[in-house]
Design a protein around this ligand. Structure first.
Ligand SMILES: Nc1ncnc2c1ncn2[C@@H]1O[C@H](COP(=O)(O)OP(=O)(O)O)[C@@H](O)[C@H]1O
Ligand SMILES: [Mg+2]
Length: 609
C-alpha cells in the first residue's frame, strides 16, 4: 500500500470529486438499506398482518428505534388502507420500493459519475508527468532500460492505477458504509440473529486475505512481462529491415512467443487467483445465510419471537451484505494490483536525474571566447574512457577529433553537450563550468549533427522547424538551401509539406542527413558539433553533405569528429586520440611532418580508397 499512498498526491487536484463521490455513496448506502426495509410494509400488506395503529407513534429515543419505525410504517399502512382499497395500498407499497431502488441506483450512478473525473484526471496527470520525466531523464538511463518497458509503464501500469482509484474509494467508503447501514437495520430487527453475521464477516475477511497474499508478486510479474514483450515489439519494428535481411524472423518470433507464453502463465495464475474471490465470498456468505435461515426460522416457527415479515426483510438485508463483502474482496485485489503498478510507475518518477541543474543556474546567451576541457576523466561503467584529458577550442576555430573507433571521440561530444557528466575535472564555456549553466542555455549554444539522422514522422517543414520555435517558411527554406536540401525537397510530391515517414524512411541517407543539417542551420547556434556526420553516406551524397557542412561551419566554432580524414584537412587543430588520450595534435601539415599516428591513419585511408 505504500506505493499507492505516494500516488495519492495525483488525486489531490481532484479531491472535490472524491468528496462528491463519498457523499453520493453515503446516500447510496442509505438507500440500498432503505430499499430492503421498504419490503417490510409490502409484506405486511400482502400477509394482512398489519397491526392496526390509529395514532401517530411518538419518537421516544434511539433505543426504541425498531418499534418506532415499524409502528410508523404500520400507522401509514393502516391510514392508507382505511381510506382506499387493498389494491391501491399495494400499488403504493410497490411504488415505495421502486422509488427506493431508483434513488439507490441514481446515487450509485452519481458516485461513479464523479469518480470518473478523478480517475481520468489522475490518468492524464500521471501520464503527463511520466512523459516529462521520460524526456528529462538522461540518455544514459535508456542505455540500460528497455524502451518497451518504459512504454508499458506509461500505458498499462497507469491504467491499472486508474482502475484502483475506483476500488480504493469503494473499499474505504461505499461498501463499509453499506455494511454498517445494513447491519444497523439488522440489529434493529434482531440483535440475536445479527450475532451470526458478526461471526461470518471476520472469518471471510481472513480467507480473502489469504487469497490476496501473493497477488502483488503475481501482478508484478505480469506487468514486467508486458514491458518485456513490448520491448521486443519495439525492437522488431525498429530493426525490421535487418531482421528480414538476416532471415532472423524465427529468432525474434521465438523470443516473442516465449515472452507471451510466460505472460500466459503468469496472467492465468493471477486471474485464477483473482477469480477465486467472488465465489469464495459468495459461498461463505450463503453458508452464513443458511445458518441464519435455520436459526431465524426456529425463532419464527418455534419460539415465535420474530414475525415472519420481519424475518424475510432480515434475510433480504443479510443477502444484501454479501454484495459489499464480495466487492470489498474484489476491490482489495484491485488495490493490490494498483500498488504493484504504482511501484513500477514510481520507479520512473523517483529516478533522480544524475545530470542535475544547480539552483539559479547561469543562463548563457552568447559564446565569446572558448570551450575548455580541463583534466577531465570519464567512465561509462568501470573502465575510464578518457583520462586526464585537456583540450581548448577557441571561438571561431574548427577542432577535429580523429582516431580509431572506440578511442573516445563521441564521448567528448557527449560530455560537451552534457549528456553525461565528467567524473573528474571540468568543462567550461567562457570560463563557466557547464554544470553551473542551465541545460537549456548550454544546449541552446550548440548544434548537433550525428551519424544517424534523427527524423520524426512528420512533414519536411516540421522536421526542420524543430531547430527553432516559430520559424517562418522563408527561414526554413533558407536553411534548407544552405544545407543543399532545397532542391530535392522541391522534387518531393508535396514539397515542404511532404510527410517523410517513420524516422524519415521515405528518404535516402544523404537526404535525411541534409534535413538534419537544415535543422542545425536553422537553429543557428554559435557552436557546432558534428559526430561523423558524413560517414554513413556514399561518395556522391557525401560531397553534397560535406559542402553543406562547410557552408554551415563558416564563422562558427566547430568540433568535428571525422571518420574520413580528407574532410578535416582544413581544420585549425586536428587532435589524434588513442584509447582516450591525445597522442598528437596540430594542423594537417604539422601532423604529416611528425610522421606519426596521423600519417599512418592517412596512409591507411588512401590505400583503402
Ligand atoms: N553508453 C555506453 N556505455 C558503456 N560504454 C560505452 C558507452 N558508449 C561508449 N562506450 C565505450 O566507450 C569507449 C569510447 O566510445 P566512443 O567515444 O563512442 O568511441 P568513438 O571514438 O568511436 O566515438 C568505447 O570503448 C565504448 O565501448
Ligand atoms: Mg563515435
Amino acid at each position: 500500500m505504500n506505493y499507492f499512498k505516494k500516488i495519492l498526491r495525483f488525486a489531490k487536484p481532484y479531491r472535490i470529486y472524491a468528496l462528491l463521490n463519498i457523499i453520493s455513496n453515503i446516500f447510496y448506502a442509505l438507500f440500498s438499506t432503505l430499499a430492503m426495509i421498504s419490503l417490510f410494509p409490502m409484506l405486511n400488506v400482502l400477509f394482512k398482518q398489519t397491526e392496526k395503529i390509529y395514532t401517530k407513534p411518538e419518537w421516544t429515543g434511539i433505543s426504541n428505534l425498531k418499534n418506532y419505525v415499524t409502528d410508523t410504517l404500520n400507522f401509514f399502512v393502516t391510514e392508507q388502507s382505511e381510506q382506499s382499497d387493498p389494491g391501491e395500498v399495494l400499488m403504493l407499497m410497490v411504488g415505495l420500493i421502486i422509488t427506493m431502488f431508483l434513488l439507490k441506483n441514481l446515487f450509485n450512478y452519481l458516485a461513479m459519475y464523479f469518480i470518473t473525473f478523478l480517475r481520468n484526471g489522475v490518468l492524464k496527470d500521471l501520464r503527463n508527468e511520466l512523459y516529462d520525466k521520460t524526456i528529462e531523464l538522461p540518455i544514459s538511463y535508456y542505455s540500460e532500460k528497455r524502451k518497451g518497458d518504459t512504454i508499458a509503464r506509461i500505458t498499462s501500469d497507469v491504467l491499472e492505477i486508474q482502475h484502483s482509484f475506483l476500488s480504493i474509494l469503494e473499499l474505504i467508503v461505499r461498501e463499509p458504509l453499506t455494511i454498517i447501514f445494513t447491519i444497523a437495520a439488522m440489529l434493529a430487527i434482531s440483535p440475536k440473529l445479527t450475532l451470526f453475521v458478526f461471526l461470518f464477516l471476520p472469518l471471510s475477511g481472513f480467507l480473502i486475505s489469504l487469497i490476496g497474499k501473493s497477488l502483488k508478486r503475481k501482478s508484478d510479474k505480469v506487468q514486467n512481462e508486458q514491458g518485456f514483450f513490448l520491448s521486443i515489439l519495439e525492437e522488431t519494428l525498429g530493426g525490421l529491415r535487418v531482421i528480414k535481411a538476416f532471415n532472423a524472423e524465427s529468432v525474434f518470433a521465438k523470443k516473442f512467443q516465449s515472452s507471451t507464453k510466460r505472460f500466459f502463465n503468469f496472467s492465468n495464475s493471477l486471474l485464477n487467483r483473482q477469480n477465486l474471490a467472488s465465489p469464495t465470498s459468495e459461498f461463505f456468505g450463503i453458508a452464513a445465510i443458511g445458518v441464519i435461515l435455520w436459526y431465524g426460522g426456529q425463532m419464527v416457527l418455534v419460539d415465535k419471537t420474530l414475525e415472519a415479515e420481519l424475518f424475510i426483510t432480515y434475510m433480504a438485508l443479510s443477502y444484501q451484505i454479501l454484495t459489499p463483502a464480495k466487492s470489498i474482496s474484489k476491490a482489495s485485489y484491485s488495490v493490490k494490483k494498483g500498488n504493484a503498478a504504482a511501484e513500477r510507475v514510481l520507479e520512473i518518477l523517483e529516478t533522480e536525474n544524475p545530470i542535475a541543474e544547480i539552483k539559479n543556474p547561469i543562463e548563457l546567451t552568447s559564446f565569446d571566447s572558448d570551450i575548455k576541457l580541463q583534466h577531465i576523466s570519464f567512465k561509462y561503467e568501470d573502465e575510464y574512457v578518457l583520462k586526464n584529458f585537456d583540450l581548448t577550442v577557441k571561438k571561431g576555430t574548427t577542432v577535429a577529433l580523429v582516431g580509431q573507433s572506440g578511442s573516445g571521440k563521441s564521448t567528448i561530444a557527449n560530455l560537451v553537450t552534457r549528456f553525461y557528466d565528467v567524473n573528474e575535472g571540468e568543462i567550461s564555456i567562457d570560463g563557466n563550468n557547464i554544470k553551473n549553466l542551465s541545460k537549456k542555455s548550454l544546449r541552446g549554444l550548440m548544434g548537433l549533427v550525428t551519424q544517424d539522422s534523427i527524423l520524426f514522422n512528420d512533414t519536411v517543414k516540421n522536421n526542420i522547424a524543430l531547430g527553432k520555435e516559430n520559424a517562418t517558411e522563408e527561414e526554413i527554406m533558407a536553411a534548407a538551401k544552405i544545407a543543399n536540401a532545397h532542391d530535392f525537397i522541391m522534387e518531393l510530391p508535396k514539397g515542404y509539406d511532404t510527410n517523410i515517414g517513420d524516422s524519415g524512411n521515405k528518404l535516402s541517407g544523404g537526404q535525411k542527413q541534409r534535413l538534419s543539417i537544415s535543422r542545425a542551420v536553422l537553429k543557428n547556434p554559435p557552436i557546432m558539433i558534428l559526430d561523423e556526420a558524413t560517414s554513413a553516406l556514399d561518395t556522391e551524397s557525401e560531397r553534397l553533405v560535406q559542402d553543406a557542412l562547410e557552408k554551415m561551419m563558416k564563422n562558427r566554432t566547430s568540433i568535428v569528429i571525422a571518420h574520413r580524414l580528407s574532410t578535416i584537412q582544413n581544420a585549425d587543430n586536428i587532435v589524434v586520440l588513442q584509447k582516450g588520450e591525445i597522442v598528437e595534435q596540430g594542423t594537417h601539415t604539422q601532423l604529416l611532418a611528425l610522421n606519426g599516428t596521423y600519417k599512418k591513419l592517412v596512409q591507411m585511408q588512401s590505400l583503402a580508397s
